[in-house]
Design a protein around this ligand. Sequence first.
Ligand code: PEP
Length: 251
Amino acid sequence: MTKRTPIIAGNWKMHNTLAESAALVEALKKADNKNNAEIIVAPSFTSLAKVAELAKGSALQVSAQDIHWEDKGAFTSAVSPVQAKDAGATHTILGHSERRSVFGDTDEILNKKVAAALRHGLAIIFCVGETLAQREANETIAVIDTQLENGLKGYTAEQLKGLIIAYEPVWAIGTGKTATPAQAQEVHAAIRKFLAGKYGEDFAQATRILYGGSVKDTNVDEIMAQPDVDGALVGGQALIAEKFTRIINFN
Ligand code: PEP
């Protein structure tokens, strides 16, 4: 079986002033990392350059929370892949459920953002997940396969090399409700099966699939014990250095 390096990523969302971001990143730079996980933080755009500067030379990698699909232009308030990269991002999250539901990012828009990230060499953390109604209607796997199919459309395994997927059930994000380890494993295995069918077994085995949705210091161990769970995308607890450090050091 392929050994995949775990990834623990923190999505800071619309939190933290510059000073708060700096304090958090300084604390995380000192964190133990007994699993040799890749650690990624996604500050808001106002803090991105500062965090990237402070993270230089450390094990921390820095991600944008989103990008626009164009390189520049009349898109008031948006941030282009060129700007995100210039500010120090090596990754971008795409398709977070808050982007999909609050800002109207459709699969088609996300497909354009995937193109933009690939064009500029930003590693993609591509988020997928079902709503509670879709889960209750037994549509979970179909919904996720469609999000993957449409969002990644037009690209080969070679072009998507290094892609990171985050499975984030919408009903578990910021709600305190977590998928059970068995529920997470079931969906992660289905995502890997989709990837194998579409891009081949080698690609599927190499791709890291993160779980996100109320991951905490108290539940990370059982989630990470699942064979197809390769890491976590963390919201709330990523803002608290001690909690995030414990998550990085999952057992
Ligand atoms: C997220 O923002 O991706 C997330 C999973 O948030 P939380 O951990 O707070 O549920």
